[in-house]
Design a protein around this ligand. Structure first.
Ligand code: IMP
Length: 181
């Protein structure tokens, strides 16, 4: 496979469809074991997680509920700071086993703001299933329970992830070419 151009930048093949599917099946197997006697509520965060979520859920064999939300971020008051509002979260999370499904943790900022809000609603448990984690970019420490790949701090595109709106439909993951950064 060769480099692709998205907008003005070139990206090189990084994670193949096969590798991605293999790691997703491993995550699903762990979740199936860990939640064998439970009925978790998966909350997948749009837009980026749509492909990961769909492929993950195909391998979830336990009873579960699934919802997709969007996170809208805005500046709150001085005391509340950044506020992240979930759009489309129409199921009560109180007393539920929650698994957040997200494409990537980069700085960790988005989840760092959202998770405490979810905790306040007193779910029984709250875990994270993340496809990609950039540990060296993470500023806000986040405990990731199920992780597909740890990757370097380089921009990636494809498999749900976009570069300025393009690239989400690509079946595998590409990395920004070295001399493009
Ligand atoms: P955060 O910095 O962990 O809050 O990440 C916020 C969001 O930035 C992620 O959910 C992605 O949508 C986006 N993002 C971070 N890194 C990348 C990347 O390498 N490619 C595409 N999107 C990214």
């Amino acid at each position: 496979m060769s480099a692709i151009k998205v907008h003005d930048k070139y990206f090189v093949p990084y994670l193949s469809e096969e590798e991605i599917q293999h790691h997703i099946q491993e995550i699903a197997a762990k979740i199936n074991t860990d939640y064998a006697d439970k009925k978790p509520l998966f909350i997948a965060i749009l837009n980026g997680s749509f492909m990961f979520a769909a492929d993950l859920f195909k391998h979830i064999a336990i009873d579960c509920e699934i919802c997709f939300i969007k996170l809208a971020s805005y500046k709150g008051t001085k005391s509340t700071g950044q506020v992240v509002t979930p759009i489309g979260l129409d199921t009560d999370v109180t007393g539920r086993d929650i698994i957040i499904v997200e494409d990537i943790v980069d700085t960790g900022k988005t989840l760092n703001h959202f998770l405490p809000q979810l905790h306040n609603q007193q779910p029984t448990s709250l875990k994270l299933a993340i496809l990609l984690h950039k540990p060296t970019a993470t500023v806000y420490p986040i405990k990731i329970d199920y992780c597909g790949f740890s990757i370097p701090d380089k921009f990636v595109v494809g498999y749900g992830l976009d570069y300025n709106g393009l690239g989400r439909n690509i079946r595998s993951i590409y990395q920004l070419q070295e001399n493009e950064a």
